[in-house]
Write a protein that binds this ligand. Structure first.
Ligand code: PHE
Length: 355
């Protein structure tokens, strides 16, 4: 066996058992390094006579090319194996069930806002918003509540400056003004949001939630208001029939004004909504006062409509049998996991609001 054949067979044996990039590197050094087996053969060329040298050089070059190719092939083979191994190690089995963890819950107030938004969006209302910090003008004056009006005292206002020009809004009604000044009629909006009054007991919190409704168009009447609210309470309480009554009332920003009561009875210490001989007040409403339209730059000869305002927390308490309002704002996790809702169950009218 010639010297070159020997080298070649040693190489074959070694490359067969090479497993890593490092093995290959060692192999490369052993054969092609400064003192490598092939390198050394090249060094012998000079001492050969010309005829032999030519033949030997040609064989040597062939072997050199052959070994180099084998090294390259092996290198990409090892690379592939390493990549596949890495992919295998990092593989995530997405069919595995998730690890048990404490799931968050949707607060009943958020749930009820979503339910109400879904109900009103079915009949063409869109959702508008306004800031919690309001001007005295939007909260009272523009809503036809002049300086000396007794309604201002009834609202137990939190003022934020000495001149009583900036306040925490006492109701969501100022968003009526903002919405109308910001667009052109017709308007058909609901406005959920936080409201503030200096008041606190089992049924009153200094911060609470209201939902305002406003529908302004040509030829809107009290009949539309009744139809709209009748549809709303049935959908919201998820009952087919509901007893409802409109009681004359007074708000400076509506004329005529009414408060709406729904019928209920007590059965086994639980409140059953919709029938019975007891009445529960759920909202205030009326036809928007012409002065309000004037202040909001709407032509009251052409356009008119209704507005209503309801207490969201109150509705949530009624629907879900929660009897202390203060618990809403105490961030007690046990309370929330009992009364809260599944975040993946988004309420919609067609799929069901709360079931
Ligand atoms: N803003 C009134 C309140 O807070 C409710 C209401 C709104 C009444 C719109 C009539 C029209 O009590």
């Amino acid at each position: 066996m010639s010297e070159l054949d020997k080298i070649s067979s040693i190489f074959d044996a070694k490359i067969g058992s090479a497993k890593s990039k490092e093995d290959l590197q060692n192999l490369k050094t052993e054969f092609f390094g400064k003192n490598g087996k092939i390198t050394q053969q090249f060094k012998t060329l000079a001492s050969l006579d010309p005829q032999k040298r030519k033949e030997f050089a040609s064989n040597l070059n062939k072997i050199k090319d052959d070994l180099t190719n084998q090294l390259e092939e092996k290198s990409s083979e090892i690379e592939n194996i390493e990549i596949n191994q890495k992919l295998k190690n990092e593989k995530v089995d997405i069919t595995l069930p998730v690890r048990p963890y404490q799931q968050g819950k949707i607060h009943p107030v958020s749930q009820v806002i979503d339910e109400i938004s879904s109900i009103f969006s079915e009949i063409g209302f869109s959702v508008a918003e306004g800031p919690d910090v309001e001007t005295e003008y939007n909260n009272f004056t523009a809503l036809n509540t002049p300086e000396d009006h007794p309604a201002r005292d009834m609202h137990d206002t939190f003022y934020l400056d000495e001149n009583k020009k900036i306040l925490l809004r006492t109701h969501t009604s100022p968003v009526q003004i903002r919405a109308m000044l910001n667009g052109k009629p017709p308007f058909k909006i609901i406005v959920p949001g936080r409201t503030y009054r200096c008041d606190s007991d089992q049924t009153h919190a200094p911060m609470f939630h209201q939902l305002e409704g406003l529908h302004i168009d040509k030829n809107i009447t009290m009949g539309h208001l009744k139809g709209c609210l009748d549809y709303f309470v049935k959908e919201f309480f998820e009952v087919k029939k509901i007893k409802m009554r409109f009681r004359p009332s007074h708000f400076p920003f509506t004329e005529p004004s009414a408060e709406v009561d729904i019928g209920y009875r007590i059965e086994n210490d639980k409140i059953v909504i919709g029938e019975g001989d007891k009445w529960l007040e759920v909202l205030g409403c009326g036809m928007v006062h012409p002065n309000v339209l004037k202040n909001a730059k709407v032509d009251s000869k052409k356009y008119q409509g209704f507005a209503f305002g309801m207490g969201i927390d109150r509705l949530a308490m009624l629907k879900y049998g929660i009897n202390d309002l203060r618990a809403f704002f105490e961030t007690d996790y046990r309370w929330l996991s009992h009364f809260g809702f599944d975040p993946l169950d988004v309420p919609t009218n067609y799929r069901g609001l709360s079931k």
